[in-house]
Design a protein. Structure first.
Length: 143
């Protein structure tokens, strides 16, 4: 079993890349709706849930800008933190009343926030611009 474990350990950079690509795709898609034409409607929604309308810009930046940063692997931990906060607020203020499953439920946002939360701690991994430009060698654990 040790050889299987070692093999899977070597694939961890690929797993981090896949996590980043999935998170980035979802966040860029959701953020682009706000950035490219949907901001007035989104500002209205943000003000209806009890926040100042200008906070819609922070949310859109976390989603769209954070998604781009995660995609590239630049400032990944910071972007993942912003996405995590954004999604937790969305779950509590918008989706929680619909329950876990069903229309408007928080099942999907919860899944996405868990990916973002994990990237806060794991970082972008060695397949990223952060790793490329940091000058630090890839850390390899010896067993």
């Amino acid at each position: 079993m040790r050889s299987v474990s070692e093999f899977l350990d070597r694939l961890q950079p690929l797993a981090l890349l896949v996590m980043r690509l999935v998170l980035a795709t979802v966040m860029i898609a959701h953020g682009s709706q706000k950035v490219f034409g949907g901001m007035p409607r989104f500002q209205t929604m943000v003000s209806h849930i009890g926040f100042p309308a200008w906070m819609a810009y922070l949310s859109a930046a976390a989603e769209f800008g954070g998604g781009i940063l995660v995609l590239l692997g630049v400032l990944t931990r910071f972007a993942a933190l912003a996405i995590t906060i954004d999604l937790l607020v969305a779950i509590v203020k918008v989706h929680a009343k619909a329950g876990l499953r069903g229309p408007g439920g928080f099942e999907f946002p919860l899944s996405v926030v868990v990916i973002a939360f994990a990237l806060i701690f794991f970082g972008a991994g060695p397949i990223s611009l952060d790793s490329t430009f940091s000058g630090r060698p890839t850390i390899r654990r010896e067993r």
